[in-house]
Design a protein around this ligand. Structure first.
Ligand SMILES: [Zn+2]
Length: 168
């Protein structure tokens, strides 16, 4: 997947995000395109914009000083862009890969976004026991990842602003 560099409003580089997230940021007027891939445009029903290589946030965000992002359910859903780790459809729940009843914890690497059906089907089993396969490996997002995800995910905004102590 193509990645887009995100600059803070002050032009300092923050992180790379997926093209999809970059486009959403621009469409929501949360960022502007600073540099585009020459000659390439995104055209859809309501969109016609250059393919962003570098975008810049419209508002300055204070960069998180924490090294690690605290785990939260909403953070997991935002990290996984609300897509189920088992089937790719819209996810509204968080699944523990190793169930809590078997000693699995609330950690970034043990949790994934999941649709309600798959979460129910997997129940108190590991993916292997349930015969289910993860479409992608969970990862620990950096605080900046969580911050950028929150900009395109209204649900976590307040929470992130809370732990950053910033008005992002
Ligand atoms: Zn699913």
């Amino acid at each position: 997947m193509r990645e887009t560099l995100v600059l803070n409003a002050s032009f300092e580089p923050l992180a790379a995000v997926s093209l999809r997230r970059a486009v959403v940021l621009v469409m929501q007027d949360k960022a502007v395109v600073e540099r585009a891939h020459p000659g390439l445009r995104i055209r859809a029903a309501s969109v016609d914009m250059p393919l962003p290589q570098v975008i810049r946030l419209s508002r300055y965000v204070r960069v998180p000083f924490r090294r690690r992002a605290p785990w939260s359910r909403r953070g997991v859903l935002a990290r996984d862009q609300h897509r189920c780790a088992y089937c790719g459809r819209r996810a509204t729940t968080v699944d523990h890969i190793v169930p809590r009843s078997r000693g699995g914890g609330d950690t970034w690497l043990n949790t994934v976004a999941s649709c309600a059906e798959d979460n129910h089907r997997k129940a108190d089993r590991t993916p292997e026991q349930a015969g289910m396969r993860l479409l992608r490996r969970p990862f620990e997002p950096t605080p900046v990842d969580v911050l950028l995800a929150s900009l395109t995910d209204g649900a976590v905004r307040g929470e992130v602003a809370g732990w950053l102590g910033a008005s992002a």
